[in-house]
Write a protein of this length. Structure first.
Length: 520
């Protein structure tokens, strides 16, 4: 697959298949690939009129919808580089944090143009509204008429362990990853997908939008906020509309388990689900079991759950459980499968020396899907070294399968043993003492290692003894570290689009703050 093949659907788009977009009213609106291709060509014309040229970055601050598809492929037709950004939250004002992140991303991307109706932090950058993007007028360049940029797109990291960074993805890397994912999931011309993932995130963009589009597959695409309100509607895409492939972070499974009652599934046949990729964050074995228990009476096969590991710097997928194999666990850690074809994974210690099976160290990735580098990363400090990617993630290998423990930056050494925030969170949740919407952060201060549980205020309904239990279990899981419980205002814990807490931001806000003697 090449850039020509990635854009080939624009030359002879299908009239029957396309994308079903969820609507705010609760229904669906179908756009055929013929309609979407016409929109993309029209968008390309508007971008050219706005001064966009080959190699320019075009930032897309757009929600899931036909305008995003038009803007993304319209930018590619002009030889420009699309850079999807999180749009302003629907139905409520953008927070200060969102505006600051948007401003930082725009500063890093330095786009020629931003496409979107509300661009907080975009002062000084020319914007093009959706209405202007799709206004009638001459079409832009045809596929292949303008030589593509060496960079196919810029996608941003989630920012869970620090500021989000832009990753330059090349055409070869994008093509290689899409081909590997298609082979892994058994995609064919008749495949039907369903997704609710945000399309500015690598799993939603590469895995669940570009994959179906370039394959000409039918896609049922919900907006994330619609999934939050109506998770049962997502399941109906499989039980009533024939979808068989999807992907989700673990918090999507948790949301279904919490919000969908068994009786609501009556009449749904979920036996057709063949591949439900689970990635983006640490997953607890118990959650996979509860999700399976809820859906199994309606035909859902446990082996359809495919835990995987990937990251924006590798375009998307690195490893994945093969269809039909079933997932495995070692202790509290779920296996993320074996490397995709052409990709190799190794584990090294702090000095870069290879580690044997079972030993925890940094995950190093080599393969054709690696990005071209980070924006502004031309100097020293790059994580792309000698054709390999230093992921900053910790894990171990066992019988060729990768088990991911967490981010090295979200861990701390206590008495010579490395402790991971994800491990502590999981043990506290399994013990029933850490509420949803809480997070654990780790770090060192002048007095030594510290483990902090950050819990949002519930209006005084929380049992005071609960904090004591959290402190006790934190101390048991991080023996030798100082333990702190901080209760913060509701809504103050920041989260990434893939459901991970922004731990470094939390550490700087609460971990390093003076202890509250009533909560320590």
């Amino acid at each position: 697959m090449s850039e020509g093949q990635l854009l080939a659907w624009l030359r002879a788009p299908g009239t029957a298949r396309g994308i079903h977009f969820s609507t705010r009213e609760g229904g669906w609106r179908h756009h055929s690939y013929e309609e979407l291709a016409a929109d993309a060509r029209r968008a390309a014309g508007r971008l050219v009129e706005a001064g966009v040229r080959r190699d320019d970055v075009v930032a897309l601050a757009l929600a899931s919808g036909p305008a995003f598809v038009a803007a993304f492929f319209g930018a590619l037709l002009t030889g420009a580089v699309p850079a999807p950004l999180a749009p302003e939250p629907t139905g409520r004002p953008a927070t200060t944090g969102h505006r600051e992140r948007m401003a930082a991303l725009l500063d890093a991307a330095r786009p020629r143009l931003v496409v979107g109706d509300a661009v907080p932090g975009g002062a000084g950058v020319r914007t093009l509204s959706v209405a202007e993007l799709l206004a009638p007028g001459p079409e832009g360049p045809a596929p292949g008429e303008i030589a593509p940029s060496a960079c196919a797109l810029v996608q941003f990291t989630s920012g869970s362990s620090g500021p989000a960074r832009g990753v330059r993805i090349g055409w070869e890397g994008l093509s290689a990853n899409l081909a590997a994912i298609g082979d892994w999931l058994g995609v064919n011309s008749a495949s039907i997908w369903a997704s609710w993932l945000p399309i500015h995130h690598d799993m939603g963009l590469v895995g669940c939008l570009l994959g179906p589009v370039v394959a000409g597959n039918e896609l049922w695409l919900m907006r994330p906020e619609d999934f939050v309100r109506r998770p049962l509607e997502h399941l109906r895409c499989f039980g009533e509309r024939g979808a068989s492939i999807t992907a989700t972070p673990a918090f999507g499974l948790d949301h279904v388990v919490r919000r969908v009652r068994p009786g609501q599934l009556d009449g749904l046949d979920l036996s057709g689900v063949k591949a439900m990729v689970v990635g983006a964050e640490r997953m607890a074995p118990g959650l996979l079991d509860r999700f399976t228990a809820l859906l199994a009476p309606h035909g859902f096969d446990r082996a359809a759950l495919l835990p995987a590991y990937g990251l924006a710097e590798a375009t998307l997928a690195v490893t994945g459980v093969r269809r039909g194999d079933g997932w495995r666990r070692r202790g509290p850690v779920v296996g993320c499968g074996t490397p995709l074809p052409g990709t190799t994974v190794r584990i090294v210690d702090e000095r870069g020396r290879p580690l044997p099976d079972g030993a925890v160290g940094e995950i190093i990735v080599r393969g054709p899907s690696l990005g071209l580098g980070h924006l502004g990363d031309e100097d020293a400090g790059s994580r792309f070294v000698d054709g390999e990617l230093r992921t900053g993630d910790a894990g171990f290998l066992a019988a060729g399968e990768l088990y991911v423990q967490g981010r090295l930056g979200d861990s701390v050494k206590v008495r010579g043993t490395r402790v991971f925030a994800e491990d502590l969170e999981q043990s506290l949740r399994e013990a029933g003492v850490l509420p949803r919407g809480a997070a654990v952060v780790l770090g060192d201060d002048p007095a030594g290692p510290v483990a902090v549980a950050v819990i949002e205020d519930d209006g005084g309904r929380r049992d005071p003894a609960a904090d004591e239990r959290v402190t006790h279990l934190l101390a048991r899981g991080a023996t030798g570290a100082r333990t702190v419980v901080r209760v913060v205002p509701r809504g103050s814990i920041p989260w990434t689009s893939s459901g991970k807490p922004r731990r470094r931001a939390l550490w700087h806000a609460y971990g390093a703050a003076p202890p509250d003697p009533t909560r320590t």
